[in-house]
Design a protein around this ligand. Structure first.
Ligand code: NI
Ligand code: MN
Length: 218
C-alpha cells in the first residue's frame, strides 16, 4: 500500500503491517477501503508506521501484535493487543510471529522488524533499519523466503546497504519498501533490483507499485 504498509493474506486470514494510510501520499486507498483484517502489526511507534493502528484495530476488532509498550498504548485506547519484545515469538492460528532487531530510533517501545512463518511461506519485514550484520542470524534461524527491505536511505538503509542485506539474508524474493513516499527518501527500485540480483544469484527482486498484489508460489 506504499511506504512500509503491507497487507498479507494466508489461509483466509489477513494481516496488516505498519498501517500508514491517512497522510501517506503513496497509498492508493482510503482508510475505509482497507479490507477487514485479523491482525495489525507495527514495527515501531513512528507515525509513518503506527498512525492508523488504533483506527483499524478498533474498526475490525482486530488483534494488535507489537512491542509491550505499543500494546499498552493500543489497550489504553480501547483496542485488543498482545505485547511482546525482540527475540520472542507469538503464535496466532498457525502463524509464528517473531519480533527481531532493527537499528533505528524510537519514541515508545523499541524499533523492530518481524519474521512471519507459516507452512505456506515465510516473510521478513525489516521495519525501519540500517544495515546490521546480525541479519545473518535472521537467515540462520528463520530463513525467510521473502524479505521486505527499506531502500530509501536518509532514515533507513539505502540501495547500497540493502544490497548487502540481501547478501546476508539470501531470500528467494525481495520486495523493496520505504522509498519515494517523500522527497528525502527518493530511490530507484530498478537500480536496487539490478544490483541485488547481480550480487545474489537466486534472489529475485519484485518491484511493487502501491496497491499491487503479488503471490508467493512454490
Ligand atoms: Ni521510523
Ligand atoms: Mn519510517
Amino acid at each position: 500500500m506504499g511506504h512500509a504498509t503491507f497487507i498479507i493474506e494466508y489461509e483466509g486470514l489477513r494481516v496488516i503491517i505498519d498501517p500508514f494510510i491517512e497522510g501517506n501520499p503513496s497509498c492508493p486507498i482510503s482508510l475505509d477501503e482497507v479490507p477487514k483484517v485479523d491482525l495489525v502489526l507495527a514495527t515501531h511507534s513512528h507515525p509513518d508506521h503506527y498512525s492508523n493502528v488504533v483506527d483499524i484495530v478498533k474498526r475490525d476488532g482486530a488483534l494488535f501484535v507489537g512491542s509491550y509498550e505499543l500494546a499498552t498504548d493500543v489497550e489504553s485506547k480501547g483496542g485488543r493487543a498482545v505485547g511482546m519484545n525482540i527475540g520472542g515469538t507469538y503464535r496466532y492460528k498457525g502463524l509464528a510471529i517473531t519480533q527481531v532487531r532493527a537499528d533505528h530510533s524510537h519514541e515508545k517501545g523499541p524499533a523492530t522488524g518481524f519474521v512471519l512463518r507459516h507452512p505456506e511461506g515465510s516473510l521478513y519485514h525489516a521495519g525501519d533499519t540500517g544495515l546490521f550484520y546480525d541479519m545473518v542470524l535472521i537467515r540462520k534461524l528463520y530463513n525467510p523466503e521473502v524479505a521486505l527491505l527499506p531502500i530509501g536511505s536518509h532514515f533507513t538503509m539505502g540501495v547500497e546497504e540493502a544490497v548487502e542485506a540481501v547478501d546476508l539474508l539470501k531470500p528467494r524474493y525481495v520486495i523493496p519498501m520505504h522509498y519515494n513516499t517523500f522527497d528525502v527518501i527518493k530511490a530507484d527500485p530498478h537500480e536496487f533490483k539490478r544490483k541485488a540480483e547481480e550480487r545474489v544469484p537466486g534472489a529475485s527482486v519484485i518491484v511493487l507499485k502501491p496497491g499491487e498484489e503479488w503471490e508467493l508460489k512454490r
